[in-house]
Structure formats: structure tokens, C-alpha cells
Design a protein around this ligand. Sequence first.
Ligand code: GLN
Length: 487
Amino acid sequence: MSAPLHSLTLTEARDRIARETATPSALVDACFARIAQTEKKIHACITLCEQEARAAAAAMDGIRPDPDKALWGIPVTVKDVICTKGIRTTAASRMLENFVPPYDAFVVRRLKEAGAIITAKTNMDEFAMGSSTEFSAFFKTANPWDTTRVPGGSSGGSAASVAAGQCFASLGTDTGGSIRLPAGLCGCVGIKPTYGRVSRYGAVAFGSSLDQIGPMARTVKDCALVLSVIAGCDPKDATCCDVPLQDYVGAAGRTGLEGITLGLPVEYWREGLSAETGQVCRAAVDTAVKLGATVKEVSLSGPAYSIACYYVLASAEASTNLARFDGMRYGLRAAGKDLPACYKASRSAGFGPEVKRRILLGTYALSSGYYDAYYEKAAKVRRRIAEDFAAALEHCDALLSPVSPVTAWKLGSMVEDPLALYKMDILTLGVSLAGLPAVSLPAGPGPDSGLPVGLQIIGRAFDEAGIIGIAAALENVLPRLGDPNGL
Ligand code: GLN
């Protein structure tokens, strides 16, 4: 018996479409059947776009697939922080619960132009603030490997939907780790592109100097394909860089690692790693050596500095970005006797506790008298962190570290302790502060828990192809996870 359609990789599904042995409608049907089967257990999606998706697929069925359209007829999900024209985009917040954007984000337009079919908008931490998808204003998402555990965050709905076979790929956003962490904890591949590689136009802003949109999928090549669709210059995002694109899909064909030098930042290999995380990631490094790579130790500033630095800067940026949600122009409006009272009531009712915490923290860090001590200092530390990464990458093609110190933790076990949760990003934040690209790659199941362990491959700015190649070569030979066993 051949594999069910939902379990194919994106590349395989594309192949079926190209050979006309599957239709867009068949793929869409398979994905919605899988959603019906799994959604009650994992709650990955905020909005299903079933009518729109079925109509789009039906309109494509009879047409010969266009080989220039890389995602022709492929069902994908999109994190609910990315605007979709005519489809509710909530950022998992009461503030935007009924917001229907009048336009598509740049990346969504690109997906549609490539023939992709959007099947659902995925759950996330409110305004992408969190590491476990427990801070969604609507419901929590569970990890398909063990539904008593978190999927990671903030793009937890995207990761869970990919791991569960609800779609062939998803778009997430990563400000400090939000693609890499959930990809790692759910056993899928995620790419955070270089800051400026992908347009942020139409993504609800959190930390504008950090936010990047990127792909999540079941294989490196699948992610490379989606990246090749969404990457590129966009005049509507002034921070988007006009650097030539690379051949990401070609890079995913790499097999050996001869001639590649990989750096192991020593500080990233000791910071509170669980025994099995360390063990599985070290085994992946041994595999890289067997594939021909040269591995050497390098030193970066301690990752603990990046936590302090990131949470000052990201909160400061969030506090200014979220000032626009005042109940006047769009979003929730609560009654108040005068203008200030209306602002206050709307923001009190619209934002959840974690978002309020960030606004308070950020406003404090930016306030006169504290600006120099916090914001300016953090900006200087950020520069040092970026310089450290750049120096290490002068002699190495890429750096390797675990994605997170531990595997997926129990739902509810850290929600009351924001600092403990912030520490889960300890290995991803530095990369974001430095604006570098990184791949999160499943390195194998933890020997004790059986849960996915993620390896982080950090590259030079705008060298996504380099890290895609390394990830693809490793993916060929690393232990496979198989299907998630929590469903
Ligand atoms: N967990 C980090 C935070 O809460 C990163 C989130 C993200 O990358 N969007 O800010």
C-alpha cells in the first residue's frame, strides 16, 4: 500500500502533482482529513480556510501544473501573525480577534503566486511573545509527540501542524527563536533567514529589528523550496536587503561535508543542557566529522548575556509597536467615558498578561532616566554579540549548537515562571541579535524520552545556502524520528 498523501514530503507531493498522479484537491482533502483526525488532540489551528482552500484546489484541478510555480497545489499553513487578505488574522490576541486584513503579506502573495493553497492559520503565543504557545489568548497547542507537552513557541501551531501531517509546510516567524524552538521540539525542520532576507511587510510587528519570517517543513529540501519562494527584495520593507538570492534547492542536494569547517561555541554546549540533548547533539557532531567536516571549538560571549540583552531590546520595540493598538483605528474597542479611559479599557481587555508584561518592561527600559542604563546598554551588548559571531564565522563555515537546552516540557510546568521560560531561548537569542540565519534540524530522538532533539546550524549573513547544504548532508544520515507517536 502506498503512503497516505498527508504523510508525503512537500517534494514528494509536488512530484505527484507534476506527474499528475495526484490533484490539488486530493492533497487538500488529505490535509483536511488529517486535520479532522488530529486537531482535537493538538489544537494547532486558529482558523481553518476550508472553503477557500477547496475552491482554490478545485479551480486548479483540471489545469496542467505550471513547472515555474514551485508550490502548485500544495497545502500550507500560515502563522496567524501574518496577514491574509479576507481571512481573519488574530496574532492569537483578543485585540485582533475579529481583524480581517484587507491585504496579503508579501510572503503570502508570494505563496499564492507560486500556486500554494493556504489551508489554515496557526496558533501561536499572543503577538509571538512566548516559547511554548501557552500564551495564545484562545487555547494551548499540544506537541504531536506527546500531547501532555508543549510544542515550543511562539510558532507552535505551525510546527505542530507540520509534524502532524496537517500540511506540507508552514510559515512561522522568529524574533528570538520562534521558528527554531518549536521546530526542534516537534521534530521538524525550520529556517530563520538572515534579517533582511525575507520581507516583513504584512507581518504583525513584535521586535522590528529582529523579526523574520521563515519556512517550517518535514525536510530540509522542503524548507529550501519554500524559502526560494518567499525570499527576495520588497520595496515595502525598507530593511529588506537587495542581496542576490542563492540556489537554496540546489544546496539541499549536498551529501558530503568535505572542506567544511564547523565551529562549536563552547559556551553553547554547557549552558544547562539535559543529558539526552547533549548526547544526541554530540552524536550529530560526530556524524558531521564522519561526513568529512573539520570541527573546532570557538568561543562566543556567554549566551546568558543574550537573554538580558534580548528581553530589554525586544520588549522596548514591542512596547512601541503595540502602541498602535489603542482601540481607535482597528482591533478591540472597549467602552470608556473619555479618550484615555477608552484607551485604557481597550488595552486592558485586549492584551493578555505576557504582552502586558513586555509593554511594561519595554516602556520602563525606554523611559527617560532609564534609557541609558537599559536600552542603550543593551544596544551596545547587542553589537558585541554580533561581532563575536562574525569573528567566529570568519574561520568557520557554520556554527553548531543544540536548539534548546531540553526537549519538550510538560504543558503548564513553566507558565507561572516567566524567567524559566525565557531561559528556554538561551541558545537561539544570540543568532537573532546578530541577525544571522540558522536552521533547526531534527538530530534524532532522545534516548530517554523518545522526544525530538533539535540541532542548530548557524551561518554567515545571507548564506542560507551554506547552512541548508550542511543540514541536508546531515539529514541524510542522522537517525530518523519517524511519525509522531502522540497522535
Ligand atoms: N521566546 C521569545 C520571546 O518570547 C522569542 C519569541 C519569538 O521569536 N517570536 O520573545
